[in-house]
Design a protein around this ligand. Structure first.
Ligand SMILES: *Cc1c(COP(=O)(O)O)cnc(C)c1O
Length: 455
């Protein structure tokens, strides 16, 4: 089965010899029979890539689309390094340890693990991190049940219907019942809902710091408190995992008073995406545990390291070290003050765009950027056009702004979402708002479909 539709007759792409320097016909879906000249092959691939969207106008992704030349140089310099070869690249392993310790301190892991020996590792992203954290919860729950002579065959995991798809993947791949709680009056999971859904088979509750749907923070402290009460009332001791894919690099800098992390005793593990607000190009995530007790020993494997062995916990074996090195560079380079300034600017720009959207008088804003630098808005009253039409219209100006339905519990509500990242400027925000206004005018038939070009 092919996942893509292709026009068979265009299987071979014929390039003009005046342009391609003699590449000729290169088949697209079969290995070429002959060798190409490096420069020509590079041009061929690069021309294909030009059809991809423009990252600067992509308001859909949370993932980093700009890094400094110095970071790019370090990435270039370490492209051949394999993070699993701890013996061959001990300094890359050391850098990964330092990153884990820095994050443990940032997320207030209790001493002694918060010092220099934190429990955690890098991953490919938050999805792999979710698999590892989810497995640790399942293993701990099963060990507890088996030790008590209780049935351990029907685990469930409690989370809001707004969780990122990686948690549904975790549940399906690891055979855990996904208790997806429909939204009820909020755009995310609430404390009362979380506690009410738990039972003796619950391996944990996932609280999201920064819902992908609208950027809102779930009330992690409230969820933890509700689970504390549940334990007092019933004896059930249900751990919390915080999916801080985005918020893990926002809240410590912009909301330092908000307790969402290891300050809450019930929080056993946290994941975050280094390649989102961690400000690194795609390919790095992090998962940390409260301490050694939170991570079952039988999930840990050893790899050779300087004549000895080093514990590892990962799904993949080989993985690039470059992204971890780039993460360390960014942490060292920006420091707390730099991250704070960058994230604050993203939040300010999101709030600025939210104001502009509000002034159009047509939209209901579910978020304005006051938590993650993200805003989500729907049409207040149904019109002859939808947010999907608006998304399409914005595309004609080059803007990539996704429209999608809100999850179960808010069925029928369709939103547009704007994600502000480092590299997005006030100038771009103004250009976006102007194009948004033009798009709305076109759709409402208030302006001719073609706007004349004059200033
Ligand atoms: C992006 C995201 C994920 C998945 O993270 P990747 O790093 O893309 O694998 C999981 N949870 C949340 C809340 C996210 O925003």
């Amino acid at each position: 089965m092919s996942l893509h539709k292709h026009h068979v007759q265009h299987d071979a792409m014929v390039l003009d010899p005046a342009f391609d320097g003699g590449v000729g016909a290169i088949p697209k879906h079969r290995l070429p029979r002959t060798t190409q000249e490096a420069g020509a092959a590079m041009r061929f691939v690069r021309d294909e890539l030009m059809l991809d969207g423009n990252a600067r106008q992509n308001l859909a992704t949370f993932v980093t689309t700009w890094m400094e030349p110095e970071a790019q140089a370090l990435i270039q310099m370490s492209l051949e390094k394999n993070i699993i070869d701890k013996d061959e690249y001990p300094q890359s392993a050391e850098i990964e340890r330092r990153c884990v310790n820095i994050l443990a301190n940032l997320w207030n892991a209790p001493a002694p693990t918060g010092g220099t020996d934190a429990v955690g590792c890098s991953t490919t992203g938050s999805s792999e991190a979710a698999m590892l954290a989810g497995m640790a919860m399942k293993w701990r729950w099963r060990a507890r049940r088996e030790a008590a002579g209780q049935d351990a065959t029907r685990p469930n995991i409690v989370m809001g219907a707004n969780v990122q798809v990686c948690w549904e993947k975790f549940a399906r791949y690891w055979d855990v019942e996904a208790r997806l709680i429909p939204l009820d009056g909020a755009t995310h999971l609430t404390a009362a809902q979380a506690a009410a859904a738990c039972d003796e088979n619950t391996i944990g509750v996932v609280a999201v710091l920064g819902s992908t749907f609208d950027g809102s923070y779930e009330p992690v402290a409230g969820i933890a408190a509700a689970l504390d009460r549940l334990q007092l009332d019933t004896g059930l001791d249900v751990p919390v995992h915080v999916d801080a894919a985005s918020g893990g690099f926002i809240a410590p800098f912009l909301d330092p008073e908000l307790p969402w992390d290891f300050r809450l005793e019930r929080v056993q593990s946290i994941n975050s995406s280094g390649h989102k607000y961690g400000l690194v190009y795609p390919g790095v995530g992090w998962v940390l545990w409260r301490g050694a007790d939170s991570l079952p020993a039988d999930l840990i494997f050893s790899v050779d390291y300087l004549g000895g062995s080093m514990p590892t916990f990962a799904l993949n074996f080989s993985r690039p070290a470059a992204q971890v090195i780039a993460q360390y560079y960014v942490l060292v380079r920006y420091g707390f003050a730099g991250y704070r300034r960058i994230q604050q600017r993203s939040r300010d720009i999101a709030l600025y765009i939210a104001d502009g959207v509000g002034k159009l008088g047509l939209f209901t804003l579910f978020s304005r950027g006051e938590e993650l630098p993200v805003l989500a808005f729907s049409l207040t009253t149904p019109d002859t056009w939808s947010v999907y039409d608006l998304s399409h219209e914005l595309r004609s100006f080059g803007w990539i702004v996704p429209a999608y339905p809100m999850p179960e519990g808010m069925a029928g509500v369709d939103v547009l979402r704007v994600v502000v990242r480092n590299g997005f400027t006030y100038d771009l925000a103004e250009a976006f708002l102007a194009d948004l206004a033009k798009s709305v005018e076109r759709l409402s038939g208030k302006a001719p479909a073609r706007v004349a070009f004059h200033h």
